[in-house]
Design a protein around this ligand. Structure first.
Ligand code: GLY
Length: 566
């Protein structure tokens, strides 16, 4: 079959320029390009992705390089021992998604984080060796490349090898973040590592990771076998044995990513293409969009009390459904069609009162059967052929389990915490769950990652996604609405302040300056329990303008960078 991601070799260098918006309604733009765009959490990863496009690589090639580089230059979430999802829309309109989510090791069991009295052992699913799921990232990227890649695999991994062996300068944010995590990393590993040593990090210090460079060389030279077999697999299994972890050589050797049909739906005529279970992201996003569509959010005004109220009430109802119904589709029957049914969503909002907040104790999950049918990182890529790729990848918590494989130099995830470790017990992100997301050997834990592509009138319109644990879905939801209902440019939509509701706890969180005092007062009067918190989400996105220019939206909450090709 012809590779649909073929792109011409000649690509000119990127130009960033301020330009007059063709679409008068939208505000000032971010970085724009007529050819291609890469937006990721780190300038070096975006630049490496762009250089792959320059060499004739396509969106998948660039994604491999971006993700491998993020494992080096953005170690709190970029990874080779975590997992992720990719949603792609090819230039010809074909849509696919790839699931390389971690799995529970075969020796995992339902109550593995409970003590003899049935109580959750604090931190057991978050810190250390037993928190690790079987990694999926390398297998996923290798599979994406096997099916759609254009340039040789080795050329795509090489930039990450160089970045790890030669080192790179830490940003201010990274130095602060590493210093904050130092004692945890030292305690869990019982030794100094490249990330945590004697002194403190400062902006501009060079982070060199020689063990990681050698692991990446094996991945470069041997492909997936460079991670799941041989030396790297041996190092992982030895690490597990040292720390009482459960991942075995067989778990590694048998890990397989899965191609899945994306979930799709419409919102005000736009087609939304997103990640299906085992992520709750796509279903959750479409549920919320379906619930708010009958309301004129544009006229209500951006983050007005009415708009926030409607959106928060939709989020409250969606997260109640998430807790009850979503999990790994290989293990549980998920009523996706029912959850997305227009009449079901209308019914979910039937008790909605514009003047009164709902009560999460009263609002349980709905009954879709009768209608049947915070640390993570995201990158968005559009290549010169028009192939679009949204990729979200994660170790779960910042620096994952904190376990750095001895001799391998890479962090292992703590994705086991995304399971419901005990019905009703909140995870790292305060999310609760039940039977559908209970631990079982070989099962994938439920995710909130929401890599998403949007079409308008049959053409590519937007590519987006976010990190942020439970806040991922609401962040993507708000950025979409900022563009579609409030006519913002991509950069404006990404920068705009955000809020979050997840059913339980019954709290409407907001970051500054998302909601003004008048709005907060009104929301409180309607019965919302409002609470300020730190940054919500970090959306990296691309918008296609009517004249086909691509606008990158890089989230200023981090060091995120958009780089285009011209
Ligand atoms: N670990 C975050 C997520 O997958 O939702």
């Amino acid at each position: 079959m012809r590779n649909p991601l073929f792109i011409p070799v000649s690509v000119l260098i990127a130009v960033t320029f301020a330009c007059t918006p063709q679409n008068k309604e939208r505000g000032p733009q971010g970085v724009t390009s007529r050819r291609a765009m890469v937006v990721s959490a780190h300038q070096l990863a975006s630049a490496a992705g762009v250089s792959i496009l320059e060499k004739g690589g396509n969106a998948v090639d660039a994604a491999v390089t971006v993700e491998m580089c993020l494992a080096v230059c953005y170690p709190n979430a970029g990874n080779i021992a975590g997992g992720g999802f990719i949603v792609m829309r090819m230039y010809d309109g074909t849509v696919v998604s790839l699931d390389y989510r971690e799995k529970a090791p075969m020796r995992a069991s339902r109550d593995m984080y409970l003590d003899a009295g049935g109580n959750v052992v604090p931190g057991a699913s978050i810190n250390g060796h037993r928190a690790c799921g079987v990694p999926g990232t390398v297998a996923g990227l290798f599979e994406a490349h096997r099916k759609y890649g254009r340039l040789p695999w080795k050329d795509l991994v090489e930039p990450a090898v160089r970045l790890a062996s030669e080192g790179f300068p830490l940003t201010e944010k990274q130095a602060v973040d590493l210093n904050r995590s130092k004692s945890r990393l030292l305690k869990i590993n019982g030794r100094e590592t490249a990330l945590a040593g004697k002194g403190l990090w400062h902006a501009g210090d060079t982070l060199v990771q020689p063990d990681l460079a050698r692991t990446l060389e094996r991945i470069r030279d041997l492909g997936r076998d460079g991670f799941y077999r041989g030396e790297t697999a041996r190092l992982i299994v030895e690490e597990m044995e040292r720390g009482g972890g459960l991942i075995s050589a067989a778990d590694l050797e048998t890990y397989e990513p899965v191609w899945r049909v994306p979930v799709t739906g419409t919102y005000r005529g736009y087609r939304i293409i997103s990640m299906p279970p085992p992520s709750s992201g796509g279903v959750g996003l479409l549920q919320m969009l379906g619930m708010v569509e009958p309301f004129d959010l544009g006229n209500m005004g951006w983050n007005s009390p009415d708009a926030v109220h409607v959106m928060a009430e939709a989020a409250r109802r969606m997260y109640a459904d998430r807790a009850a119904y979503l999990g790994d589709p290989e293990f549980v029957e998920i009523p996706v069609k029912g959850l997305l049914n227009r009449d079901y969503l209308k019914d979910r909002m039937s008790g909605f009162d514009m003047k009164r907040a709902g009560n999460s104790l009263d609002i349980g999950e709905g009954d879709p059967a009768i209608w049947e049918s915070e640390e993570t990182t995201h990158y968005s890529i559009v290549d010169p052929m028009g192939n679009a790729l949204a990729g979200t990848t994660t170790l779960n918590g910042s620096y994952g389990s904190g376990v750095i494989v001895k001799g391998g130099g890479f962090l292992l995830n703590n994705q086991m915490d995304d399971f419901s470790i005990k019905p009703g017990f909140p995870n790292l992100y305060g999310l609760v769950g039940g039977e559908a997301n209970a631990i079982a050997p070989g099962k994938r834990m439920l995710s909130s990652m929401t890599p998403t592509v949007v079409e308008k009138e049959g053409k590519l319109f937007m590519v987006l996604g976010s990190p942020g644990g439970s806040t991922i879905i609401t962040s993507v939801f708000q950025v979409l609405i900022n563009v579609i209902d409030h006519h913002m440019s991509m950069q404006q939509a990404v920068e705009a302040g955000r809020f979050h509701h997840q059913w339980l706890p019954d709290t409407l969180y907001y970051e500054n300056p998302a909601l003004d005092n008048m709005c907060l007062r009104e929301l409180t009067e309607r019965g919302h329990h409002v609470r300020r918190r730190g940054a919500i989400g970090r959306v990296d996105a691309v918008l296609v303008w009517p004249d086909d220019r691509l606008e990158g939206g890089a989230d200023p909450r981090g060091d995120d960078t958009a780089i285009g090709l011209e």
